[in-house]
Design a protein around this ligand. Sequence first.
Ligand code: PMP
Length: 455
Amino acid sequence: MLRRAGPSLRHFLLERKSSAGYSSYSSEATMSRPVQARRLEGIDKNIWVEFVKLAATYSTVNLGQGFPDFPPPDFLKEAFVRALSGENHLTHQYTRAFGHPPLVKILAQFYGKLLGRDLDPMTNVMVTVGAYQALFCCFQAFVDEGDEVIIIEPFFDCYEPMVKMAGGTPVFVPLTPKAPKDGKLMSSADWQLDPAELASKFSERTKAIVLNSPNNPLGKVFSRGELELIADLCVKHDTLCISDEVYEWLVYDGKEHVRIASLQGMWDRTVMIGSAGKTFSATGWKVGWIVGPNRLLQHLRTVHQNSVYHCATAAQEAVAQGFQRELELYGKADSYFVQLPGVLQQKRDWLVQSLDAVGMKPIVPEGTYFLVADISEFKSDIPDVPNSDEPYDSRFAKWMVKNKGLAAIPLSGFYCEAHKNTYSHFVRFCFAKEETTLKAASDILQKWKREKSSP
Ligand code: PMP
């Protein structure tokens, strides 16, 4: 029989609390030993958590976080509905850990066609919880304490903390802008690597380079020549290439997306990462994948089976059907992979014009659904904070969302701490938005411009 704690037990507990400095009541417990693992040191800040919250609190128009505010294509939504309500109730249960068989089969066929090689669905493809988990698996599987990983700045911000969590050291190399000629708008192609500087970052400690083409945030699509430069260095220094290609279909003006895995000597050392979130405008589904040689993927499977183990079956089934359709329509006018970039290119051009008209000089992106704009001319609008360590673009983005209701992301968030002030006069906008959203953003900017020019 349970006895209620009588006065003597309570007295004993209170005594313990006052003498030992802690209470047995868990709500008041404080531990004296450090709870945070050392590998989390310095990586607790996250730009998305901060700016998503600000956008939710103040923004009327959100061009900040990168997701479409339009729906995925009907054929994909219908495939999901069929996966959920069809006769095969096994879509509600676990499927194969490394990828639902219909999805890995069609991905092997699709990427096999793109790369011109036979791919084994069971060993050359793995499905992940979005591209995020694909990246996490790569760093955990390949990076040891003391290994260096080259990251090209500006970069999708999670690369740096993921390398550090794995015990590695990120080594940064910048894309540097060249001023465009004849008063033209700058293009993302004007941001380039210095070949000598890139070569100087490779050493025997270099385990991998992270390549992101098309690049978030600039929208740069690396040319074949630039990729060959990276490939040669990878081969020379026996380095892996973690190739984040989530925006592979979002390429404009007839530019070609070249897969580094297709270059001489690269298949064997490259893992290629994709995302249904970007490919089919369904970021909330969190279906991603990795394609590569079995000698690399076998280690990714080890991380996957000991972490998430499995991704949502119904979403994988729907994405498989989406790829089946796209394989049949490959290169044709009805293909979503042809139509989506066409629609996005118009949205890009519209936002380029709107920003240019108000003096926020846009860098015209060759790919992705992001656009970076120069905000130097708006310095006088933003209250100065003397001796602030916070970059101007971050203060600008916070001020803009609070005072103008327009959300964007500061470019400094895509640089490491030491370099965050290098190009801190830019913000990133996402243009994967309905016409009404883009128009609302343009109205805000024009009103702002009028207020600026009226005495
Ligand atoms: N890589 C890049 C370059 C991205 O921009 C993103 C998403 N913003 C991801 C990976 C993560 O993709 P997912 O949503 O599929 O996890």
